[in-house]
Design a protein around this ligand. Sequence first.
Ligand code: ATP
Ligand code: MG
Length: 473
Amino acid sequence: MGLLTALDGGYGDRADAITVDGTALSLEQLLGAAGAVAERAAGAPGLAVLARPTAETVAAVVGGLLAGVPVVPLPPDSGPVERAHILRDSGAALLAGTGLPEDAEGLTALPVDLADRPSGGWRPAAEDGDRTAFVLYTSGTTGAPKGALIPHRAVAAGLDGLADAWRWDAGDTLVHGLPLFHVHGLVLGVLGALRTGSRLVHTGRPTPAGYAAARGSLYFGVPTVWSRIAADPAAARELAAARLLVSGSAPLPVPVFERLRELTGQAPAERYGMTETLITVATRADGERRPGAVGVPLPGVRTRLAGEDGRPVPADGEGVGELQLQGPTLFDGYLGRPEATAASWTADGWFRTGDVAVIEPDGFHRIVGRASVDLIKSGGYRIGAGEVEAALRDHPGVADAAVVGAPDPDLGQAVVAYVVAADGGGVGERELVDFVAGRLSVHKRPRRVVLVDDLPRNAMGKVLKKRLLEGDG
Ligand code: ATP
Ligand code: MG
Protein backbone atom coordinates (compact mmCIF):
# COMPACT_ATOMS: atom_id res chain seq x y z
CA MET A 1 0.00 0.00 0.00
CA GLY A 2 2.82 2.41 -0.72
CA LEU A 3 3.55 3.94 2.67
CA LEU A 4 3.97 0.64 4.52
CA THR A 5 5.96 -1.16 1.88
CA ALA A 6 6.48 -4.30 3.98
CA LEU A 7 2.74 -5.00 3.65
CA ASP A 8 3.07 -5.09 -0.14
CA GLY A 9 4.96 -8.37 0.13
CA GLY A 10 8.52 -9.05 -0.88
CA TYR A 11 9.80 -9.29 2.69
CA GLY A 12 8.85 -12.91 3.19
CA ASP A 13 6.46 -13.67 5.95
CA ARG A 14 8.00 -14.40 9.32
CA ALA A 15 5.53 -15.58 11.94
CA ASP A 16 6.82 -12.80 14.21
CA ALA A 17 7.17 -9.78 11.94
CA ILE A 18 5.52 -7.64 14.60
CA THR A 19 5.50 -8.55 18.28
CA VAL A 20 3.76 -6.29 20.75
CA ASP A 21 3.89 -7.13 24.44
CA GLY A 22 4.27 -10.83 23.67
CA THR A 23 1.67 -11.10 20.86
CA ALA A 24 3.38 -11.96 17.56
CA LEU A 25 1.83 -11.35 14.13
CA SER A 26 3.00 -12.18 10.63
CA LEU A 27 2.61 -9.43 8.06
CA GLU A 28 -0.25 -11.39 6.52
CA GLN A 29 -2.07 -11.57 9.85
CA LEU A 30 -1.50 -7.88 10.45
CA LEU A 31 -2.75 -6.98 7.00
CA GLY A 32 -5.84 -9.14 7.56
CA ALA A 33 -6.76 -7.60 10.90
CA ALA A 34 -5.96 -4.11 9.62
CA GLY A 35 -8.00 -4.72 6.46
CA ALA A 36 -11.02 -5.60 8.60
CA VAL A 37 -10.63 -2.29 10.45
CA ALA A 38 -10.11 -0.41 7.17
CA GLU A 39 -13.26 -1.84 5.65
CA ARG A 40 -15.35 -0.58 8.57
CA ALA A 41 -13.54 2.77 8.80
CA ALA A 42 -13.73 3.70 5.11
CA GLY A 43 -15.15 7.17 4.55
CA ALA A 44 -15.06 8.22 8.23
CA PRO A 45 -13.82 11.76 8.96
CA GLY A 46 -11.32 10.36 11.45
CA LEU A 47 -10.46 7.16 13.29
CA ALA A 48 -9.45 7.65 16.92
CA VAL A 49 -7.40 4.76 18.28
CA LEU A 50 -7.18 4.05 21.99
CA ALA A 51 -3.44 3.53 21.78
CA ARG A 52 -2.64 0.91 24.39
CA PRO A 53 0.65 -0.88 23.72
CA THR A 54 -0.99 -3.85 22.00
CA ALA A 55 -0.99 -5.60 18.62
CA GLU A 56 -4.63 -4.49 18.23
CA THR A 57 -3.50 -0.86 18.38
CA VAL A 58 -1.05 -1.51 15.54
CA ALA A 59 -3.81 -3.22 13.51
CA ALA A 60 -6.17 -0.29 14.12
CA VAL A 61 -3.61 2.33 13.10
CA VAL A 62 -2.62 0.41 9.97
CA GLY A 63 -6.32 -0.07 9.20
CA GLY A 64 -6.94 3.67 9.33
CA LEU A 65 -3.99 4.30 7.01
CA LEU A 66 -5.18 1.62 4.57
CA ALA A 67 -8.63 3.20 4.52
CA GLY A 68 -7.11 6.63 3.88
CA VAL A 69 -8.79 7.97 7.03
CA PRO A 70 -6.90 10.33 9.39
CA VAL A 71 -5.76 8.35 12.43
CA VAL A 72 -5.96 10.06 15.81
CA PRO A 73 -3.97 8.15 18.44
CA LEU A 74 -5.37 8.66 21.91
CA PRO A 75 -3.12 8.31 24.98
CA PRO A 76 -4.61 5.41 26.97
CA ASP A 77 -3.85 7.05 30.32
CA SER A 78 -5.11 10.47 29.37
CA GLY A 79 -7.48 12.00 31.85
CA PRO A 80 -11.08 12.75 30.85
CA VAL A 81 -10.32 16.40 30.07
CA GLU A 82 -7.37 15.68 27.74
CA ARG A 83 -9.27 12.84 26.09
CA ALA A 84 -12.37 14.93 25.50
CA HIS A 85 -10.20 17.76 24.14
CA ILE A 86 -8.49 15.50 21.61
CA LEU A 87 -11.66 13.73 20.50
CA ARG A 88 -13.68 16.91 20.13
CA ASP A 89 -10.85 18.83 18.52
CA SER A 90 -9.98 16.07 16.02
CA GLY A 91 -13.52 15.47 14.79
CA ALA A 92 -12.98 11.68 14.81
CA ALA A 93 -16.20 9.70 14.43
CA LEU A 94 -14.96 6.21 15.30
CA LEU A 95 -13.03 4.92 18.30
CA ALA A 96 -11.05 1.75 17.64
CA GLY A 97 -9.23 -0.49 20.09
CA THR A 98 -9.81 -3.13 22.70
CA GLY A 99 -11.58 -2.82 26.04
CA LEU A 100 -13.30 0.35 24.85
CA PRO A 101 -15.34 2.28 27.40
CA GLU A 102 -19.07 1.48 27.24
CA ASP A 103 -20.01 4.88 25.82
CA ALA A 104 -17.01 4.82 23.41
CA GLU A 105 -16.38 8.40 24.57
CA GLY A 106 -19.44 9.45 22.54
CA LEU A 107 -18.03 8.03 19.27
CA THR A 108 -18.99 4.88 17.38
CA ALA A 109 -17.07 1.96 18.81
CA LEU A 110 -14.94 -0.10 16.45
CA PRO A 111 -13.68 -3.06 18.50
CA VAL A 112 -10.54 -4.64 17.05
CA ASP A 113 -10.15 -8.41 16.90
CA LEU A 114 -6.91 -9.81 15.47
CA ALA A 115 -8.84 -12.77 14.01
CA ASP A 116 -11.11 -10.53 11.90
CA ARG A 117 -10.58 -10.38 8.13
CA PRO A 118 -12.02 -8.06 5.47
CA SER A 119 -14.56 -9.31 2.95
CA GLY A 120 -13.36 -10.49 -0.46
CA GLY A 121 -14.20 -7.25 -2.22
CA TRP A 122 -12.19 -4.97 0.05
CA ARG A 123 -9.34 -2.88 -1.41
CA PRO A 124 -7.13 -0.25 0.28
CA ALA A 125 -7.75 3.40 -0.64
CA ALA A 126 -5.71 4.70 -3.57
CA GLU A 127 -2.37 6.21 -2.56
CA ASP A 128 -2.30 9.95 -2.07
CA GLY A 129 0.72 11.61 -0.48
CA ASP A 130 -1.26 14.74 0.36
CA ARG A 131 -3.85 12.86 2.38
CA THR A 132 -3.68 13.26 6.16
CA ALA A 133 -2.19 10.13 7.71
CA PHE A 134 -2.39 11.30 11.32
CA VAL A 135 -3.74 14.01 13.49
CA LEU A 136 -0.96 13.79 16.07
CA TYR A 137 -1.34 15.75 19.26
CA THR A 138 1.80 17.45 20.58
CA SER A 139 2.95 16.45 24.04
CA GLY A 140 1.44 19.53 25.67
CA THR A 141 4.75 20.38 27.32
CA THR A 142 4.22 24.09 26.81
CA GLY A 143 0.41 24.39 26.49
CA ALA A 144 -2.70 22.47 25.47
CA PRO A 145 -1.86 19.68 23.00
CA LYS A 146 -2.32 20.85 19.40
CA GLY A 147 -3.41 18.51 16.60
CA ALA A 148 -0.70 18.41 13.93
CA LEU A 149 -1.91 17.31 10.49
CA ILE A 150 0.68 14.84 9.20
CA PRO A 151 0.34 13.91 5.51
CA HIS A 152 1.33 10.51 4.09
CA ARG A 153 4.18 12.11 2.11
CA ALA A 154 5.81 13.52 5.28
CA VAL A 155 5.75 10.11 6.96
CA ALA A 156 7.28 8.45 3.89
CA ALA A 157 9.99 11.13 3.60
CA GLY A 158 10.84 11.02 7.31
CA LEU A 159 11.12 7.24 7.40
CA ASP A 160 13.22 7.11 4.23
CA GLY A 161 15.53 9.74 5.72
CA LEU A 162 15.96 7.63 8.84
CA ALA A 163 16.49 4.44 6.86
CA ASP A 164 19.29 6.26 5.04
CA ALA A 165 20.84 7.76 8.19
CA TRP A 166 20.70 4.55 10.20
CA ARG A 167 21.17 2.01 7.38
CA TRP A 168 17.89 0.63 8.66
CA ASP A 169 16.58 -2.28 6.59
CA ALA A 170 14.83 -5.64 6.54
CA GLY A 171 17.81 -7.29 8.27
CA ASP A 172 17.16 -5.30 11.46
CA THR A 173 15.14 -6.08 14.53
CA LEU A 174 13.86 -2.86 16.08
CA VAL A 175 13.17 -2.96 19.81
CA HIS A 176 11.32 -0.34 21.80
CA GLY A 177 8.66 -0.03 24.46
CA LEU A 178 7.53 3.55 23.87
CA PRO A 179 3.93 4.80 23.88
CA LEU A 180 2.00 4.18 20.67
CA PHE A 181 0.26 7.56 20.60
CA HIS A 182 3.35 9.68 19.95
CA VAL A 183 5.49 10.29 16.86
CA HIS A 184 8.48 8.51 18.40
CA GLY A 185 6.97 5.13 19.31
CA LEU A 186 4.25 5.04 16.64
CA VAL A 187 5.46 6.75 13.48
CA LEU A 188 9.17 5.99 13.79
CA GLY A 189 8.90 2.88 15.90
CA VAL A 190 6.02 1.02 14.25
CA LEU A 191 5.63 2.49 10.78
CA GLY A 192 9.42 2.59 10.43
CA ALA A 193 9.48 -1.19 10.80
CA LEU A 194 6.60 -1.56 8.34
CA ARG A 195 8.33 0.63 5.77
CA THR A 196 11.81 -0.88 6.06
CA GLY A 197 10.55 -4.44 6.51
CA SER A 198 12.49 -4.89 9.75
CA ARG A 199 11.16 -7.02 12.59
CA LEU A 200 9.57 -5.09 15.44
CA VAL A 201 9.62 -6.12 19.07
CA HIS A 202 7.58 -3.79 21.26
CA THR A 203 8.35 -4.67 24.87
CA GLY A 204 5.03 -3.46 26.28
CA ARG A 205 6.81 -1.22 28.75
CA PRO A 206 10.33 0.10 28.24
CA THR A 207 12.07 -1.70 31.12
CA PRO A 208 15.82 -2.47 31.17
CA ALA A 209 15.02 -6.18 31.53
CA GLY A 210 12.63 -6.07 28.55
CA TYR A 211 15.17 -4.31 26.37
CA ALA A 212 17.94 -6.71 27.43
CA ALA A 213 15.85 -9.81 26.67
CA ALA A 214 14.69 -8.64 23.22
CA ARG A 215 18.01 -9.05 21.36
CA GLY A 216 17.51 -6.35 18.77
CA SER A 217 19.91 -4.73 16.35
CA LEU A 218 18.31 -1.29 16.67
CA TYR A 219 16.88 0.19 19.88
CA PHE A 220 14.80 3.33 20.40
CA GLY A 221 14.41 5.04 23.77
CA VAL A 222 13.71 8.36 25.42
CA PRO A 223 16.35 9.65 27.89
CA THR A 224 14.47 8.30 30.94
CA VAL A 225 14.65 4.81 29.44
CA TRP A 226 18.36 5.15 28.70
CA SER A 227 19.08 6.52 32.13
CA ARG A 228 17.39 3.48 33.73
CA ILE A 229 19.38 1.14 31.49
CA ALA A 230 22.60 3.00 32.31
CA ALA A 231 21.82 2.37 35.99
CA ASP A 232 21.39 -1.38 35.36
CA PRO A 233 24.80 -2.66 34.18
CA ALA A 234 23.64 -6.25 33.63
CA ALA A 235 20.86 -5.12 31.29
CA ALA A 236 23.06 -2.55 29.56
CA ARG A 237 25.75 -5.14 28.77
CA GLU A 238 23.12 -7.25 26.97
CA LEU A 239 22.81 -4.40 24.46
CA ALA A 240 26.49 -4.62 23.49
CA ALA A 241 25.61 -6.75 20.45
CA ALA A 242 23.14 -4.18 19.09
CA ARG A 243 24.02 -2.14 16.02
CA LEU A 244 22.55 1.18 17.08
CA LEU A 245 21.04 2.66 20.25
CA VAL A 246 18.98 5.76 19.49
CA SER A 247 17.82 8.44 21.93
CA GLY A 248 15.33 11.20 21.23
CA SER A 249 12.29 13.26 22.34
CA ALA A 250 14.21 15.10 25.08
CA PRO A 251 17.84 15.98 25.82
CA LEU A 252 20.06 13.00 26.71
CA PRO A 253 22.20 13.98 29.71
CA VAL A 254 25.91 13.63 28.94
CA PRO A 255 26.61 11.38 31.99
CA VAL A 256 24.02 8.90 30.65
CA PHE A 257 25.65 9.04 27.19
CA GLU A 258 29.08 8.32 28.75
CA ARG A 259 27.83 5.53 31.01
CA LEU A 260 26.10 3.75 28.11
CA ARG A 261 29.27 3.99 26.05
CA GLU A 262 31.19 2.42 28.94
CA LEU A 263 28.71 -0.43 29.49
CA THR A 264 27.71 -1.27 25.92
CA GLY A 265 30.90 -0.37 24.07
CA GLN A 266 29.01 2.12 21.92
CA ALA A 267 27.71 5.61 22.45
CA PRO A 268 24.02 6.23 21.78
CA ALA A 269 23.04 8.12 18.63
CA GLU A 270 20.90 11.12 19.50
CA ARG A 271 18.31 12.55 17.15
CA TYR A 272 15.96 15.52 17.22
CA GLY A 273 12.48 16.07 15.95
CA MET A 274 9.04 17.16 16.94
CA THR A 275 5.47 16.15 16.20
CA GLU A 276 5.18 18.90 13.59
CA THR A 277 8.37 18.00 11.72
CA LEU A 278 8.74 14.28 12.45
CA ILE A 279 12.46 13.57 12.48
CA THR A 280 14.74 16.12 10.93
CA VAL A 281 18.18 15.95 12.50
CA ALA A 282 19.95 12.73 13.44
CA THR A 283 23.27 11.14 14.26
CA ARG A 284 24.17 8.89 11.34
CA ALA A 285 24.97 5.23 11.98
CA ASP A 286 28.37 5.55 10.32
CA GLY A 287 29.04 9.04 11.72
CA GLU A 288 30.52 10.49 14.87
CA ARG A 289 28.51 10.20 18.12
CA ARG A 290 28.97 13.55 19.79
CA PRO A 291 27.75 13.97 23.39
CA GLY A 292 25.26 16.80 23.78
CA ALA A 293 24.66 16.99 20.01
CA VAL A 294 21.73 15.57 18.02
CA GLY A 295 23.47 15.06 14.67
CA VAL A 296 23.06 16.52 11.21
CA PRO A 297 20.00 17.29 9.02
CA LEU A 298 18.46 14.32 7.19
CA PRO A 299 18.49 14.29 3.39
CA GLY A 300 16.33 17.10 1.99
CA VAL A 301 16.10 18.97 5.31
CA ARG A 302 17.52 22.52 5.48
CA THR A 303 18.10 24.33 8.77
CA ARG A 304 19.03 27.84 9.83
CA LEU A 305 19.22 29.88 13.03
CA ALA A 306 17.44 33.18 13.60
CA GLY A 307 17.86 35.74 16.35
CA GLU A 308 14.97 37.29 18.25
CA ASP A 309 14.91 40.12 15.72
CA GLY A 310 14.60 37.52 12.96
CA ARG A 311 18.11 38.24 11.68
CA PRO A 312 20.30 35.29 10.65
CA VAL A 313 22.62 33.83 13.29
CA PRO A 314 25.80 32.20 11.93
CA ALA A 315 26.27 28.42 12.10
CA ASP A 316 29.68 28.85 13.69
CA GLY A 317 29.36 26.82 16.88
CA GLU A 318 28.90 30.02 18.90
CA GLY A 319 25.75 31.71 17.66
CA VAL A 320 22.55 30.84 19.52
CA GLY A 321 19.23 31.25 17.74
CA GLU A 322 15.86 29.74 17.02
CA LEU A 323 16.15 26.62 14.86
CA GLN A 324 14.11 26.99 11.66
CA LEU A 325 13.48 24.25 9.11
CA GLN A 326 12.41 23.49 5.58
CA GLY A 327 12.02 20.04 4.14
CA PRO A 328 9.79 17.15 3.11
CA THR A 329 8.84 15.93 6.61
CA LEU A 330 6.90 19.03 7.70
CA PHE A 331 3.27 18.86 8.80
CA ASP A 332 0.39 20.64 7.03
CA GLY A 333 -0.59 22.87 9.96
CA TYR A 334 -2.55 22.60 13.22
CA LEU A 335 -6.10 21.33 12.86
CA GLY A 336 -8.57 24.19 13.31
CA ARG A 337 -5.91 26.69 14.42
CA PRO A 338 -5.08 28.97 11.51
CA GLU A 339 -3.44 31.58 13.76
CA ALA A 340 -1.15 29.06 15.47
CA THR A 341 -0.33 27.59 12.06
CA ALA A 342 0.48 30.98 10.54
CA ALA A 343 2.56 31.94 13.57
CA SER A 344 4.75 28.87 13.19
CA TRP A 345 6.08 29.91 9.77
CA THR A 346 8.32 32.87 9.00
CA ALA A 347 7.33 35.31 6.26
CA ASP A 348 9.91 33.67 3.97
CA GLY A 349 8.54 30.17 4.50
CA TRP A 350 10.63 28.52 7.23
CA PHE A 351 9.05 26.49 10.04
CA ARG A 352 9.80 27.92 13.49
CA THR A 353 10.58 25.06 15.87
CA GLY A 354 10.49 27.24 18.99
CA ASP A 355 13.71 25.46 20.02
CA VAL A 356 16.95 27.30 20.49
CA ALA A 357 20.06 25.71 18.99
CA VAL A 358 23.70 26.08 18.04
CA ILE A 359 25.03 24.71 14.74
CA GLU A 360 28.68 23.67 14.62
CA PRO A 361 30.70 24.58 11.52
CA ASP A 362 30.71 20.87 10.56
CA GLY A 363 26.89 20.74 10.60
CA PHE A 364 26.32 19.07 13.99
CA HIS A 365 23.34 20.58 15.81
CA ARG A 366 23.12 21.20 19.55
CA ILE A 367 19.68 21.84 21.04
CA VAL A 368 19.90 24.44 23.82
CA GLY A 369 16.23 24.07 24.74
CA ARG A 370 12.87 25.65 24.18
CA ALA A 371 12.81 29.37 23.60
CA SER A 372 9.77 29.65 25.90
CA VAL A 373 11.10 27.85 29.00
CA ASP A 374 14.76 26.90 28.58
CA LEU A 375 16.13 30.28 27.59
CA ILE A 376 16.22 32.31 30.78
CA LYS A 377 16.51 36.07 30.57
CA SER A 378 17.97 37.26 33.83
CA GLY A 379 19.37 40.71 34.56
CA GLY A 380 20.16 41.33 30.88
CA TYR A 381 21.85 37.93 30.42
CA ARG A 382 20.53 35.06 28.33
CA ILE A 383 21.12 31.78 30.14
CA GLY A 384 20.51 28.30 28.73
CA ALA A 385 18.80 26.15 31.36
CA GLY A 386 20.53 23.05 29.98
CA GLU A 387 24.00 24.37 30.73
CA VAL A 388 23.10 24.98 34.38
CA GLU A 389 21.38 21.57 34.57
CA ALA A 390 24.51 19.88 33.20
CA ALA A 391 26.69 21.67 35.77
CA LEU A 392 24.40 20.57 38.60
CA ARG A 393 24.41 16.97 37.36
CA ASP A 394 28.20 16.96 37.61
CA HIS A 395 27.84 17.20 41.40
CA PRO A 396 27.94 13.70 42.90
CA GLY A 397 25.06 14.55 45.26
CA VAL A 398 22.71 15.33 42.37
CA ALA A 399 20.67 12.63 40.62
CA ASP A 400 18.65 14.93 38.39
CA ALA A 401 18.06 18.63 37.90
CA ALA A 402 15.73 21.01 36.07
CA VAL A 403 16.37 24.73 35.86
CA VAL A 404 13.72 27.36 35.15
CA GLY A 405 13.45 31.12 34.98
CA ALA A 406 11.05 32.17 37.73
CA PRO A 407 9.49 35.64 37.51
CA ASP A 408 11.62 38.07 39.50
CA PRO A 409 10.86 41.76 40.10
CA ASP A 410 14.52 42.74 39.99
CA LEU A 411 16.08 40.45 37.36
CA GLY A 412 13.05 39.81 35.15
CA GLN A 413 13.68 36.11 35.60
CA ALA A 414 15.71 34.40 38.29
CA VAL A 415 17.53 31.10 37.79
CA VAL A 416 15.81 28.53 40.02
CA ALA A 417 17.00 24.93 40.20
CA TYR A 418 14.88 21.92 41.11
CA VAL A 419 17.18 19.14 42.24
CA VAL A 420 16.64 15.47 43.00
CA ALA A 421 19.35 14.40 45.46
CA ALA A 422 21.34 11.23 44.72
CA ASP A 423 20.97 8.20 47.04
CA GLY A 424 21.39 9.26 50.64
CA GLY A 425 20.48 12.88 49.97
CA GLY A 426 22.33 15.31 52.14
CA VAL A 427 23.36 17.82 49.49
CA GLY A 428 22.76 21.42 50.59
CA GLU A 429 21.49 24.44 48.70
CA ARG A 430 24.54 26.62 49.47
CA GLU A 431 26.91 23.90 48.33
CA LEU A 432 25.12 23.55 44.97
CA VAL A 433 24.99 27.29 44.35
CA ASP A 434 28.75 27.55 45.03
CA PHE A 435 29.41 24.48 42.90
CA VAL A 436 27.69 26.02 39.88
CA ALA A 437 29.25 29.45 40.51
CA GLY A 438 32.66 27.75 40.48
CA ARG A 439 32.05 26.22 37.03
CA LEU A 440 29.98 28.73 35.08
CA SER A 441 29.77 32.50 34.90
CA VAL A 442 28.56 33.89 38.20
CA HIS A 443 25.25 35.17 36.76
CA LYS A 444 24.33 31.59 35.85
CA ARG A 445 24.31 30.34 39.44
CA PRO A 446 20.87 29.47 40.79
CA ARG A 447 19.28 32.09 43.01
CA ARG A 448 17.38 29.31 44.67
CA VAL A 449 17.68 25.52 44.84
CA VAL A 450 14.56 23.52 45.64
CA LEU A 451 15.10 19.88 46.64
CA VAL A 452 12.33 17.63 45.29
CA ASP A 453 11.68 13.88 45.36
CA ASP A 454 11.04 13.70 41.63
CA LEU A 455 10.76 15.94 38.59
CA PRO A 456 7.31 16.05 36.95
CA ARG A 457 7.60 14.34 33.55
CA ASN A 458 5.12 13.32 30.88
CA ALA A 459 4.93 9.92 29.19
CA MET A 460 7.78 10.84 26.83
CA GLY A 461 10.09 11.69 29.73
CA LYS A 462 9.93 15.43 29.12
CA VAL A 463 10.24 17.58 32.23
CA LEU A 464 7.08 19.66 32.69
CA LYS A 465 8.76 22.95 33.51
CA LYS A 466 5.49 24.85 33.36
CA ARG A 467 4.28 22.75 36.26
CA LEU A 468 7.46 23.48 38.22
CA LEU A 469 6.94 27.19 37.62
CA GLU A 470 3.28 27.04 38.63
CA GLY A 471 4.24 25.31 41.86
CA ASP A 472 6.89 27.90 42.53
CA GLY A 473 5.13 30.41 44.78
P1 ATP B 1 3.99 21.07 23.05
O1 ATP B 1 4.39 21.48 21.66
O2 ATP B 1 2.56 20.69 23.14
O3 ATP B 1 4.43 22.02 24.10
P2 ATP B 1 6.20 19.16 22.89
O4 ATP B 1 6.90 20.21 22.10
O5 ATP B 1 6.94 18.56 24.05
O6 ATP B 1 4.78 19.69 23.40
P3 ATP B 1 6.66 17.06 21.01
O7 ATP B 1 6.35 17.40 19.61
O8 ATP B 1 6.41 15.70 21.50
O9 ATP B 1 5.79 17.98 21.93
O10 ATP B 1 8.17 17.36 21.33
C1 ATP B 1 9.05 18.08 20.49
C2 ATP B 1 10.08 18.80 21.33
O11 ATP B 1 10.89 17.88 22.07
C3 ATP B 1 11.08 19.59 20.51
O12 ATP B 1 10.55 20.83 20.10
C4 ATP B 1 12.24 19.71 21.49
O13 ATP B 1 12.01 20.78 22.42
C5 ATP B 1 12.19 18.40 22.26
N1 ATP B 1 13.19 17.43 21.75
C6 ATP B 1 13.00 16.38 20.90
N2 ATP B 1 14.14 15.71 20.69
C7 ATP B 1 15.10 16.34 21.44
C8 ATP B 1 16.49 16.13 21.66
N3 ATP B 1 17.15 15.11 21.11
N4 ATP B 1 17.14 16.99 22.48
C9 ATP B 1 16.49 18.02 23.05
N5 ATP B 1 15.17 18.26 22.90
C10 ATP B 1 14.48 17.44 22.10
MG1 MG C 1 6.17 21.56 20.69
